[in-house]
Design a protein around this ligand. Structure first.
Ligand SMILES: NC(=O)c1ccc[n+]([C@@H]2O[C@H](COP(=O)([O-])OP(=O)(O)OC[C@H]3O[C@@H](n4cnc5c(N)ncnc54)[C@H](O)[C@@H]3O)[C@@H](O)[C@H]2O)c1
Length: 346
């Protein structure tokens, strides 16, 4: 079934949305709106779609049934309220919003208007992460012992200077944890379960004139008794591939981006070698390690397919707004712990 997509916010990630729409729909977006008129018009020309003069007009357009919200992270709520108020389904970029109050308003708006809202976490749709989740669901790790993520990336000062919200917490929810680390934080909680306690430190050793942290470490305790760490930075030169370690009493998996470094269980299964072979190799590029534009479209395409199927069959999408809120809650606990020098119980 064909859907009519509108995009609000025609910046960097909007291109990925436009290409994902084309891939699943055959045609690109039906319309776009951006507060920057020149950007709006040029995006409209690029994707041969209508450049709306106001977000209300886009949200009222009868040809549009799904609105993609690609505005800066602290500006997701207002377009979401507008779109859901017009009965449109919403796809909202990560993070869902930058405070829990604003996340909850989005969740309530979806329920009130009986529309589907999906957050975006494309990494959950990658083949290797799906295999890992299957192994977890099958109980192959025994008891979880440690769940760790390391996102040691590099962003230049120019990256923060060129777009102000990236360095601002109040305006845009930048920050190495909220902006870059959140993808892996979502994966970690999806694999390990609920985070119960957080103790964190944040700092900004690598960049001048930014309000937000460019480096953070956090110790975690999960509800199941396991412990873990988050290390996130955008100040590490040259930047390293993202690493996730899920370690249990009966098995452990270590991934670097999409590559398996360890896939070892005390009870080996016939498919294990196939899985190791399929995801072995050397990661040579990508992952946004030092280039924010190095994002593959594939995760968005898979997630858009999930969302349109959810709409067509009237089921929840894999990452509805309640699910997307979970990572925001952990990020905010990291900030609260670091700012107030205390242990946060979620
Ligand atoms: N999933 C991913 O991998 C990924 C990658 C990058 C960014 N993002 C997320 O996408 C969102 C946008 O990031 P970006 O890098 O594209 O930012 P960007 O700054 O490149 O683009 C944002 C656009 O929104 C416009 N805008 C600002 N306020 C607006 C408003 N109220 N209404 C309409 N337009 C408005 C700006 O003019 C700009 O063109 C953020 O939430 C970010 O976290 C996700």
């Amino acid at each position: 079934m064909k859907h009519g997509f509108g995009i609000i916010g025609a910046g960097g990630i909007a291109d990925v949305h436009a290409r994902a729409i084309k891939a699943i729909n055959g045609t690109g977006p039906s319309g776009v709106y951006d507060t920057d008129r020149a950007k709006c018009v040029s995006f409209g020309q690029k994707y041969d779609c209508k450049a709306f003069e106001s977000p209300d007009d886009l949200c009222r357009d009868p040809d549009i049934d799904i609105v993609c919200i690609c505005t800066p992270s602290g500006h997701h709520l207002e377009p979401a309220l507008m779109a859901t108020g017009e009965g449109k389904h919403c796809i909202i970029e990560k993070p869902l919003e930058i405070t829990l109050e604003r996340c909850d308003k989005i969740i309530e708006a979806g329920i009130r208007n009986n529309v589907i809202i999906s957050g975006i976490f494309p990494m959950r749709f990658s083949d290797v992460n799906k295999e890992l989740r299957k192994a977890i669901d099958a109980g192959r790790f025994g008891k979880f012992v440690l769940g760790d993520i390391y996102i040691k990336w590099y962003r230049s000062q120019a990256y923060y200077d060129e777009v102000k919200w990236r360095g601002s917490m109040k305006d845009g929810g930048g920050g190495a944890v909220m902006n870059q680390g959140i993808h892996s934080i979502d994966l970690l909680q999806w694999f390990m379960g609920k985070v119960e306690t957080v103790c964190a430190f944040t700092s900004s050793p690598g960049h001048a004139d930014i309000e937000i942290e460019d480096t953070a470490v956090a110790a975690l305790k999960f509800s199941n008794g396991a412990l873990g760490v988050i290390e996130a930075s955008t100040a590490v030169n040259p930047g390293f591939f993202r690493k996730i370690e899920i370690l249990g009493t009966k098995g452990s998996v270590v991934l670097e981006e999409e590559i398996i470094k360890t896939w070892q269980f005390s009870e080996e299964e016939p498919d294990d070698q196939l899985i190791r072979d399929r995801f072995s190799g050397i990661q040579t590029s990508g992952g946004g390690v030092s280039d924010p534009k190095a994002i593959s479209d594939e995760g968005h395409i898979r997630q858009f397919l999930d969302i349109t199927e959810a709409i067509e069959t009237n089921r929840k999408p894999a990452i509805d707004a309640v699910e997307a809120r979970k990572a925001v809650e952990i990020v905010l606990a990291v900030y609260d712990s670091a700012a107030n020098k205390r242990i946060i119980h979620l």
